[in-house]
Design a protein around this ligand. Structure first.
Ligand SMILES: [Zn+2]
Length: 116
C-alpha cells in the first residue's frame, strides 16, 4: 500500500517538471515526490476519460501523462489548496463566471489589511 501511494507521487512529480514544479497560482514548489499537489484540467478533450473511470489515482495519472505531454496548455499544475479553491465543494468553478469576476473586483478594491 505504501509503495502504491509513493508511485502516484512520483508520477505527479514527473508531470510537475513540465510546469516548473510550482503551483500555477500560489507558486508553492513541489520539491520531491510527496502529497499535496495535483493536475487541474482547464479543458477536457472529447472522449477523454475522467478519474471516475479508474480504480486508482496511479492508473489515472499514468493515463493522463501522454495527454499532458501532447496538450500541456490544457492543464495547470496546482497545489491541493489552490485546486480546492477552484474545484472543491465551495470552489469558484461552481459559481457563475460573472459573479467570480465581480468577486475578484471586490477583492482588488477592498482597502482592508493586505496580506503579504
Ligand atoms: Zn497553490
Amino acid at each position: 500500500m505504501q509503495r502504491k501511494i509513493k508511485e502516484v507521487y512520483t508520477l505527479i512529480f514527473k508531470i510537475s517538471e513540465r510546469y516548473g514544479s510550482e503551483c500555477g497560482i500560489c507558486l508553492k514548489k513541489m520539491k520531491s515526490a510527496k502529497s499535496g499537489f495535483t493536475i487541474h484540467h482547464l479543458e477536457y478533450r472529447w472522449g477523454e476519460k475522467t478519474h471516475k473511470d479508474f480504480t486508482s489515482r496511479e492508473k489515472y495519472y499514468a493515463y493522463l501523462t501522454p495527454i499532458i505531454d501532447q496538450y500541456p496548455d490544457a492543464f495547470m499544475f496546482l497545489c491541493n489548496a489552490c485546486h480546492q479553491s477552484l474545484d472543491g465543494p465551495r470552489g469558484l468553478n461552481r459559481r457563475k463566471k460573472e459573479n467570480v469576476l465581480r468577486l475578484f473586483l471586490a477583492v482588488m478594491n477592498s482597502k482592508g489589511k493586505e496580506k503579504q
